[in-house]
Design a protein around this ligand. Structure first.
Ligand SMILES: [Zn+2]
Length: 153
């Protein structure tokens, strides 16, 4: 059985994705598979945040999913540099930035109050998960583009 694309191992959120309140698996973009967070670096928290519908600038508008929604579970990350790759939207309403995929700009996948640099929230339902430390580059020899780098400015 074959799944779509080269990121066949990614899956949506389930109980298996949580271990001791941390993300048990690497967190990746739902659309392009770009890695957002390595395992065990984020803490699952209950928080209500309204996020607008996800959009993906690099794809047709039928990729647009859901309407805006209130999400109640987030991965809390306390340092921007913990992320492998993440993009930020323009400031919204003067106080908030949305997080999006650094590669394909699919988002918002999360939320950040610009007045608090120790809290970055990633919506558990808006990302995918990859087991085994994120080494999903099946076929061997795949060089991942390493940790830091494309961080936006
Ligand atoms: Zn992406």
């Amino acid at each position: 059985m074959r799944m779509l694309g080269r990121h066949a191992m990614s899956e949506s959120f389930s109980a298996d994705c949580v271990s001791d309140g941390k993300n048990a698996k690497a967190i990746v973009c739902r659309t392009c598979g770009s890695k957002v967070l390595r395992p065990r670096l984020a803490t699952l928290v209950d928080k209500e945040i309204d996020l607008p519908p996800t959009t993906n600038k690099s794809r047709a508008s039928d990729e647009r999913s859901d309407v805006g929604e209130t999400l109640t579970q987030f991965w809390l990350v306390d340092d921007m540099f913990t992320f492998e790759n993440v993009g930020f939207s323009n400031t919204v309403g003067g106080t908030v930035k949305y997080l999006c995929c650094a590669d394909c700009e699919m988002g918002p996948i999360g939320w950040h109050d610009i007045g608090d640099r120790t809290r970055y929230y990633v919506a558990v339902l808006r990302v995918n998960y990859v087991s085994d430390g994120g080494r999903a580059a099946a076929g061997g020899g795949g060089t991942e583009h390493g940790g830091s780098g494309s961080f936006g400015h």
